[in-house]
Design a protein. Structure first.
Lengths: 310, 516
């Protein structure tokens, strides 16, 4: 857990985090930003006094990428949220899974979130594109919830979750928050976000075109920013599509994962499309579908569906 | 007897009479003691304005980017509308409560720090109101940060003319001070792009002003250090967005680089110019263009006249230089380390492609935040006429050398617009400048070293005193620097402006400790 007071002490007040913070964009209230929280802590605020500010954060991780002091703002927010909890949640008993034979043979496993599971056709296409990937039985929702709430990550939960993956597997996660927290993934495994996995496939990538708005899932992108910014920028240039990146090449979130949305996702989506001539909106995360469909400006497709529709 | 920094008897640079022959003015504003605050707070709330009084809310604004001036307001108001700002100022006049405005808080001398009274956070007014792509203008609320304005303009294929290279300066704050960019030699200071303003006067009246409407107020508010009104909306000139075609020339002589910079500016041979020093012996003149045609003309007609080297040629030259001076190995290593840190920032593939730099403000600003200066912005500056510039920079460099082992300089030209002469009076634009003014920021590279507040202030004063001696002006004039106002402009000019201020702001509430 972060020593949030020590982290906050390093904030010089430059305000770069404000520029990329969706909570600030919607509220124009510095108290709701990482800058506001750091400055408040420097002046003796207790976590309880920051409850509203902490609730406004959707953990998209953009602030951490731009912080010139390299403050671990994600961990800091988690730690502060954790300090608000009355008591740590009860741990469930350790369950070591028996990996079924089909899973044992899988070279790729998909950790699908609830939104993706709710669209079976899209899920099937994702699995096919990933070379016959197998859906992980445990979707890690409890771990995501713990990450979001600031609860300590129960070793038993983590052990249960990771025990379903055979060593050496390629693990693709739909919820980028799972990439924000170091987890003891099995040896030899490669863990990446769904967007990075699908976007690397020529069958998907080459179907993007001018008039597309490609909506990056921000958590996975910011978790691996230095590599992903180069990859997505190359994609944008090659396919001449629009991407939900701002001028700092930070992903503008509509919603984030399966979290309760503190910021108005529709207002965020409206800002993302503003001034753009679009024919299709291509989403990496099904969690973004409702916000963009609500705008009613053009079809919204999941990245996996683009390969089918072309 | 006075003690110098070394402890030996001599002139102490931070003593009240350190500037020999010129009486030092009181520069630290006294804290307002809170007379009638409860009555004021009740009246503000009765007007429907949210007033935040918790330590958490006030602490956010306790200092500015300079990090040397600290002060706590009695309460914070986040600006939400022009009417709200007007109502606040009316009540503040009634109860004589000081109001300190703040945008991005990127002042360095405490100008945006409230020493009591109300801190008015203008960043709450951050919306773009209208973009006219045909007329190339934008109307925006003035609390918006330049970077956010750029985000909106880019959706229309547009860009602002010029803005400070830090991303988080606000439009209103910049228009009140000046603002410089690497294209200021072409477009003038950032404040020059303002076509008209909506201003709330210190007495709470809402007034639209421009060069043709309420021109006198417009003149006083532009570059006016927030004395004559709160800028709530601004109409700005904008232009089509273009990526930059960058060229770098390297010099081992600062004076030679300055001469070449001024040659390019006078000749209008480039769209962007500026000097960033790596070390005294490694000076980088950057030259950039908006179009291939401009670039080609420059390369054919002007590049041969420049005395700087390309990167490879300069590296070879420096290699030879240090090979003959092995005792300077440490300096050479420092130079190499600096190059290794900074150069990649200007070559990131997501911004630089096919010889073009995209989104230059982001590239420069991020590099500045990461690699220039330190957590406290200690960047005293001098703004001079073209003729005095090289002398001022060399004297300033000598001061930097005296105080710090490493430092960097940022130098740009600022094209002056004769029709804006009225704006320039008692501002960062030196009175004797014609055609172009020149600005230089002196920025120590502090790293992890710890210096006392007095040491840093002493350094800044030593730079500012050069300005008094040479008859220059300064970009950062207010706050702890207000003692320099009378030294630079003389009593007659300052008293005239003070009289105007007293007339416009009877209770002297608005940004009252900034320059008067």
């Amino acid at each position: 857990m972060s020593d949030y007071l020590a982290d906050a002490a390093r904030c010089s007040g430059c305000g770069l985090c404000q520029l990329v913070c969706p909570a600030w964009r919607q509220s124009a209230d510095v108290e709701l930003t990482p800058l506001g929280r750091c400055k408040a802590l420097q002046h003796g605020a207790a976590p309880a006094e920051l409850a509203t500010s902490l609730a406004s954060c959707n953990l998209c991780g953009a602030c951490e990428v731009v912080c010139p002091e390299r403050i671990d703002l994600f961990a800091m927010t988690r730690a502060l949220r954790g300090a608000l909890l009355d008591a740590p949640p009860e741990n469930s008993a350790l369950v070591t899974r028996q990996i079924p034979p089909a899973t044992r043979a899988a070279r790729c496993m998909l950790v699908a979130d609830a939104a993706l599971r709710a669209r079976p056709d899209t899920l099937a296409r994702v699995l096919a594109l990933l070379g016959g990937a197998v859906v992980a039985e445990d979707d890690g929702a409890d771990i995501v919830a713990a990450i979001a709430s600031g609860s300590p990550l129960a070793p038993e939960h983590i052990a249960t979750f990771v025990s379903q993956f055979p060593a050496g597997t390629r693990i693709v996660v739909a919820d980028g928050l799972l990439l924000r927290q170091p987890l003891p993934w099995p040896g030899g495994s490669e863990v990446l976000g769904l967007g990075a996995a699908l976007g690397a496939l020529p069958a998907v990538r080459d179907c993007l075109r001018t008039g597309d708005l490609y909506v990056i899932e921000p958590c996975a992108y910011h978790a691996d920013y230095e590599r992903q910014v180069v990859r997505y920028d190359a994609l944008r240039i090659k396919r001449r599509c629009e991407i939900n990146l701002d001028l700092q090449r930070i992903a503008i979130p509509a919603g984030v994962g399966t979290l309760p949305q503190a910021a108005d996702a529709t207002a965020q989506a409206r800002w993302i499309v503003q001034g753009r001539q679009l024919e299709r909106i291509v989403i990496e995360s099904e969690n973004d579908r409702a916000a963009f469909e609500g705008l009613g400006i053009c079809p919204v497709l999941h990245l996996a569906d683009v390969a089918v529709k072309g | 007897m006075q003690l110098s920094l070394t402890g030996a008897p001599g002139i102490c640079p931070v003593a009240p009479d350190a500037l020999q022959g010129i009486a030092r003015q009181q520069t630290n504003p006294a804290r307002w003691r809170g007379e009638q605050w409860p009555e004021f707070a009740a009246a503000v709330r009765a007007a429907g304005i949210e007033l935040r009084e918790s330590i958490v809310s006030r602490g956010i604004f306790a200092t500015d980017a300079g990090g040397q001036a600290y002060g706590m307001s009695h309460g914070v108001v986040v600006a939400r509308s022009t009417d709200q700002v007007a109502a606040l100022l009316k009540v503040a006049q009634q109860f004589s409560v000081p109001v300190t405005t703040r945008g991005g808080g990127l002042t360095t001398e405490g100008e945006s720090v409230a020493f009591g009274g109300v801190l008015l956070d203008m960043s709450g007014m951050h919306c773009v109101l209208n973009v006219d792509a045909k007329a190339l203008t934008v109307r925006t609320q003035a609390g918006i940060f330049w970077h956010n304005l750029a985000e909106e303009l880019r959706r229309h294929g547009l860009d602002y003319l010029s803005a400070p290279l830090n991303l988080t300066s606000s439009v209103g704050g910049t228009l009140g001070v000046g603002g410089i960019d690497v294209n200021s030699s072409k477009y003038g200071c950032s404040a020059d792009q303002a076509l008209s303003l909506q201003v709330v006067t210190p007495t709470g009246n809402i007034v639209e002003c421009s060069d043709t409407e309420n021109a006198e107020l417009f003149q006083r508010v532009i570059l006016g250090y927030g004395q004559f009104g709160v800028i709530t909306e601004a109409t700005l000139r904008v232009r089509s967005y273009t990526p930059l075609r960058m060229h770098y020339f390297y010099y081992s002589s600062l004076r030679t680089a300055i001469e070449d910079l001024q040659l390019i500016d006078r000749s209008e041979a480039a769209d962007y110019t500026g000097i960033l020093t790596i070390m005294d012996c490694a000076v980088n003149l950057l030259v950039a263009f908006d179009s291939a045609q401009r670039e080609a003309t420059f390369l054919a007609a002007w590049q041969p006249r420049l005395r700087g080297f390309g990167e490879r040629g300069f590296s070879l030259r420096m290699l030879g230089h240090y090979a003959l001076r092995p005792w300077k190995l440490r300096e050479a290593l420092c130079l190499l380390r600096r190059k290794g840190e900074v150069f990649p920032e200007f070559r990131r593939p997501e911004y630089v492609r096919d010889g073009l730099m995209h989104d230059r403000t982001v590239v420069f600003s991020r590099a500045v935040w990461k690699h220039w200066g330190n957590r406290q912005m200690v960047i005293p500056d001098l703004a001079t006429s073209a003729e005095k510039f090289a002398d001022a920079v060399e004297r300033g460099s000598a001061v930097c050398r005296k105080y710090f082992p490493a430092y960097t300089l940022y130098l740009v030209g600022i094209r002056l617009r004769p029709e804006h002469a009225g704006h320039y009076e008692m501002s960062c634009v030196p009175p004797d400048a014609e055609g172009w003014a020149y600005g230089c920021e002196f920025e120590p590279i502090v790293g992890d070293a710890v210096y006392s507040r007095d040491y840093l202030q002493s350094f800044k004063n030593a730079i500012y005193d050069i300005g008094v001696d040479l008859g220059t002006s300064y970009y950062r004039f207010g706050g702890a620097m207000k003692g320099y106002i009378r030294r630079v402009f003389g009593d007659a000019v300052v008293d005239r402006h003070l009289a105007m201020k007293r007339q416009a702001d009877p209770a002297m509430i608005l940004n009252r400790d900034v320059i008067f």
